[in-house]
Design a protein around this ligand. Structure first.
Ligand SMILES: [Zn+2]
Length: 298
């Protein structure tokens, strides 16, 4: 049972939008590329888990916080007796293990992913305890890419390579269908949907290309019929009101501090859609706040 589906992270969605509306710097390009690869690895993990039909509740991308830190959990599988916490890594290449540390071929030390996942396990344990739940949590680091290897790694149950996933999931199939829905819903309620990381790129509205993009291929070029936007590049058709709504959400993601106004969205959408049409979408999805000096939606 999937209680929370995976979505692209805030960083991923912002970089995706900026990549099409402006030119990313080389370091932002690398950051974007890592986001794409990381997300693809997580989806790969999800598919394997779904195929295995393990009886349990699945929660993806959970953002939780303690008093002084926020942490993201890639995947949680809640069974009747235990919680399995998975940290998914998409590293490629060969590494080697020596005295508790993992080194790349160039000799660089990589931060121990096992320590990282164990820290999250401790945070989650305490959070659940504070909410009245005492349940065993088992944490695993999953290396989802086939061309990744750590030489001389001692046998450890904390690390799962992609080839071990099927048998790992099979070992969980004896669990009973679930009685921990209340616990799962407690965690979902604690999810911080408004979280924004601090290392986002800098950008200004005036630097970005206006217009609506195709949701499949990101092209700005299109033709319209009465109710639809048809992409000139890939032919994908979308309902115009949905295109405008999606573009408003993109604006809000990029500029959470800016008020959403009819005129602002008219410009943002490339002045292609009438203000009355934009107003209809705004009225349908958002609340209007009016004063004598300004009106905005949120
Ligand atoms: Zn398209």
């Amino acid at each position: 049972m999937i209680l929370k589906e995976r979505t692209k992270s805030v960083t991923h969605r912002i970089l995706e939008s900026l990549d099409h509306r402006t030119t990313l710097s080389p370091s932002e390009k690398i950051q974007y590329d890592n986001q794409i690869k990381g997300y693809a690895g997580e989806l790969e993990f999800d598919n394997k888990l779904k195929d295995a039909r393990v009886p349990g509740i699945l929660i993806s991308d959970l953002l939780l916080s303690t008093k002084d830190t926020s942490y993201q959990i890639d995947s949680l599988l809640i069974t009747d007796t235990r919680i399995y916490l998975y940290e998914i890594k998409n590293y490629t290449g060969s590494y080697h293990y020596k005295d508790g540390d993992i080194y790349s071929d160039s000799g660089h030390l990589i931060q121990s992913p096992v320590n990282q996942v164990e820290r999250k396990r401790a945070y989650l344990h305490n959070l659940l305890l504070n909410n009245g739940y005492h349940i065993e949590i088992i944490a695993h680091v999953v290396y989802i890419t086939p061309n990744f290897y750590i030489y001389s790694l001692p046998k450890t149950s904390s690390i799962l390579f992609v080839g071990q996933l099927t048998s790992h999931f099979e070992s969980l199939s004896s669990h009973q269908e679930n009685k921990n829905l209340k616990l799962a819903n407690t965690l979902i309620a604690l999810h911080d949907a408004s979280y924004r990381p601090t290392n986002l790129p800098n950008y200004l509205l005036t630097e970005l290309k206006n217009g609506t993009m195709c949701s499949k291929c990101f092209s700005f070029a299109y033709t319209t019929s009465r109710q639809c936007r048809t992409c000139s590049k890939c032919g994908y058709r979308e309902n115009s009101a949905e295109v405008i709504h999606r573009s408003i959400e993109e604006f809000r993601l990029l500029f959470p501090e800016k008020p959403v106004t009819k005129k602002g969205i008219y410009d943002w959408c490339g002045k292609d859609w009438s203000e009355s049409r934009i107003k209809r979408v705004l009225k349908k999805h958002y609340q209007l706040h009016s004063s004598s000096r300004s009106s905005y939606y949120d």
